[in-house]
Design a protein around this ligand. Structure first.
Ligand code: IPM
Ligand code: MN
Length: 357
């Protein structure tokens, strides 16, 4: 029995979560997996009514579950930043979800803006460190509002935080190498900016080299500066298999990743705490898309993909693989992965994937 906390959230969140659950249930039935869902109403509506985002009591409550399935957070009537930091970042930090896993995979029939690139060319994962860096909020401001205003935001990293992220990344690379010789031929790539960020960049680089050399000598290693990685994502995405990077660089580069794999309609992510008893949270990368709310036109594929990642993380790899196969079959039939242009409605896409399972 897997106990899942479901946070449908705002805007189109509830619509896509419904299709995600439909698909997860189809896979659960086929592979005889028992799941129990508990719904929570955290999001913009609740905040506007109660002033609460994700209170500490909610964190305590969420700790009773194995995983969290999240739709989208973001409300047009709430000032930007409140829900993002109060709900999304709060959950990531409070539950120590230190890995942000973002697969970038182009499926057959899905359109990429990259000319001449085919599915095998775009098939890698980005591991974004999810607990440190500028996101820790360390820094401050003084003389605010005067011509002498000073503000700092510090990219803070300690060796333990870097090492645990690298450990997960090397282990994932080892698994991928064993699964597919095409993956094994490629390196694990560290992305940073060590030509300028000499302190933090040097910590990451040395930790990467030391762990790789000592514990994973059979795995090829490479290093890219973040600006160059942006360029290669567009020009030569086929060079990549596993990329590991710090928090803000990972945030930026995974939006680029989402675009080259066919857009936010198909991009999923997992906020993972891989430690024993860790509670992970799975979400589509896109936002609440308020303008599409209630129209049955939003693409649920990214949320379905997040459900697949959730089952995989819960150890249900067969069910996850079946969902992926069904997703691929459905994407082949869809006209586009963009909202309103799919050739199918939101519910029809969910039905199609569930039926293929
Ligand atoms: C993401 C988002 C969040 C982030 C925002 C909404 C806080 O952009 O999940 O990538 O910056 O991590
Ligand atoms: Mn982002």
């Amino acid at each position: 029995m897997h106990k899942i906390a479901v946070i449908p959230g705002d805007g189109t969140g509830p619509e896509v979560i419904k299709e995600g659950i439909k698909v997860i249930d189809a896979a659960a039935k086929k592979f005889n997996i028992k799941l129990e869902y508990t719904y929570f109403d955290f999001g913009g509506e609740r905040y506007l009514k109660t002033g609460e985002t994700l209170p500490d009591s909610a964190i305590a409550e969420l700790k009773k579950f194995e995983a969290i399935y999240l739709g989208a957070i973001g409300h047009p009537d709430v000032k930007p930043g409140i829900l993002e930091t109060g709900i999304l970042l709060k959950a990531r930090f409070a539950l120590d979800q230190y890995i942000n896993l973002r697969p970038v995979k182009l499926y057959p029939g899905v359109e990429t803006p990259l000319k001449d690139k085919v599915p095998g060319d775009i098939d890698f994962v980005v591991i974004r460190e999810n607990s440190g860096g500028i996101y820790t909020g360390i820094g401050g401001a003084t003389r605010v509002g005067t011509p002498d205003e000073i503000a700092t935001q510090v990219m803070v990293y300690d060796r333990r935080t870097v090492d645990r992220c690298l450990r997960y990344s090397f282990e994932l690379k080892k698994k991928r190498n064993a699964k597919n010789p095409a993956y094994a031929a490629k390196p694990i790539t560290l992305v940073h900016k060590r030509n300028v960020l000499m302190h933090a960049g040097d910590l990451w680089y040395r930790a990467f080299e030391e762990m790789g050399e000592r514990d994973y000598p059979e795995i090829k290693r490479d290093y890219n500066h973040i600006d160059a990685a942006n360029m290669w994502f567009v020009k030569n995405p086929e060079w990549y298999d596993v990329i590991v990077t710090e928090n803000l660089f990972g945030d930026i580069i995974t939006d680029l990743g989402a675009m080259i794999q066919g857009g936010l309609g198909v991009a999923s992510g997992g906020n993972i705490n891989p430690d024993k008893g860790g509670i992970s949270m799975f979400e589509p990368m896109g936002g609440s898309a308020p303008k599409y709310t209630g129209k049955n036109v939003i693409n649920p594929m990214a949320t379905i993909g997040a459900g697949m990642m959730m089952l995989d993380t819960l150890g249900e790899s067969q069910a996850a693989a079946a969902i992926e196969t069904a997703m691929a079959a459905a994407m082949l039939k869809m006209k586009s992965q963009a909202a309103g242009r799919m050739g199918y409605s939101t519910t029809e896409v969910g039905d199609m994937v569930a039926k293929a399972i």
